[in-house]
Design a protein around this ligand. Structure first.
Ligand code: PXP
Length: 263
């Protein structure tokens, strides 16, 4: 199972001071040494963390594959097509959100997605779509001739954090998930079943299956029990741990869990 390390959060820290510290390029050797299989970055329309120049620099300074997350904005798509990451993952964007909150509305966005596919096919860039774990979505992805998906694990991660991660007692408690524990446990089970069913259908269609968002050193265990996931994209938890142990160790610890727990 491949691990894509999302390094957006290093740019988040840099932008807090608007100086080049930490230098995002310094994260590339530790990623490589620790065994990251891919670098994932998100060029947001508002350029709140990763900037255009970061994309060019990162592409030039590593031989790891680059997974560039982007919206369907025309200028962004043109930028992606020009600079040719190994794979581009289409994600929904909403200016007000702290982070990507849900998957793409594949049904409503079919026209734009088809146009992006034509553009990326022409430029030899693999295309993936970030979608909620829902089998109807997988059917639509299949009908669009797209063979890479990333399943949004954010809902699972939120429920897990409310149940076991101390989120419920924090200032970031999620009001809609302030529910009795038994109810939360059922929701957690439901969310894992949704992910599992989506993985099974995507596997049946022969898709490359990534999952990501909100995954950490604890909640990853349930995800690793699901057969046929090809790739994990993880950012926040790895970069957060790296503050205390260093990036190389933080990635290595995640890799160790993956190799120990994966069935
Ligand atoms: N995958 C996608 C498509 C994302 O948008 C993000 C967040 O940028 C991630 C994975 C990584 O999520 P996290 O930082 O919560 O690990």
């Amino acid at each position: 199972m491949k691990l894509g390390v999302n390094i957006d959060h290093i740019a988040v820290l840099r932008e807090a001071r608007e100086i080049n510290d930490p230098n995002i390029l310094d994260s590339l050797p530790p990623c490589k040494i620790a065994g990251a299989d891919q670098i994932t970055i998100h060029l947001r329309e508002d350029r709140r963390h990763i900037k255009d120049k970061d994309v060019l620099d990162i592409l030039a300074h590593t031989n790891l594959p680059i997974n560039l997350e982007c919206s369907l904005d025309k200028d962004i798509l043109k930028f992606v097509a020009t600079h040719k990451p190994h794979i581009a993952t289409l994600v929904p964007e909403n200016r007000a959100e702290v982070t990507t909150e849900g998957g793409l509305d594949i049904k409503a966005l079919q026209k734009g997605i088809k146009e992006a596919k034509v553009l990326f096919d022409k430029n030899d860039i693999a295309l993936s779509v970030f979608i909620d774990p829902n089998t109807d979505m997988i059917d639509i992805v299949q009908s669009l001739g797209i063979s890479n998906i990333e399943l949004h694990t954010g809902r699972y991660a939120n429920i897990y954090a409310m149940l076991y991660g101390g989120l419920a007692n924090s200032s970031h408690s999620i009001a809609s998930l302030e529910l009795p524990r038994e109810r939360l446990k059922k929701l957690l089970d439901r969310s894992l079943k949704d992910i599992t069913a989506s993985v099974h259908l995507a596997k049946f269609y022969g898709m490359h299956i990534a999952v990501g968002h909100g995954l950490n050193y604890q909640n990853i265990i349930n995800i690793l029990k699901i057969k046929d996931i090809d790739e994990l994209n993880i950012g926040q938890s790895i970069v957060a741990r790296s503050v205390f142990v260093g990036l190389q160790t933080a990635i290595k610890q995640m890799k160790d869990i993956i190799s120990k727990e994966k069935i």
